[in-house]
Design a protein around this ligand. Sequence first.
Ligand SMILES: [Zn+2]
Length: 136
Amino acid sequence: MASKEELKAMGIEVRECKECCRDISEEEYKKYKGYCKNCYEERREIERRKREYNSEDEEFEEVEGNGKNAVATIVKGIAVISAIIGIIVGLVSIDALNSGIMAVIIIIASIISSVFIYSLGEVVQKLQNIEDNIMK
Ligand SMILES: [Zn+2]
């Protein structure tokens, strides 16, 4: 191969490959975005594999959870169950507590706390959605 000086004398601008520092012609440099042909093809292959790997990852996640966060789903489930239990306990205890007011308080308290628990689950799900969007 002709030396750098010889190429320059022939009017060919010599550049260096960004990867292996091999002398390459200006034409090759521009064509392969600053790399020699070999390095460019190597890099392209690596990029292709990365994309392949990422797309497999996404498919895997979709099968796993379909965008739903497991913690959020469990928290929401607990909220609904505790609301139901609270209402049942309140209704059952009307006779035992002698006054209906106490039963009403139990029911209202359990509904309010369930709403808070449910909103916590909603927050967890929203954070998961934000994280998913950032990853994309
Ligand atoms: Zn190279």
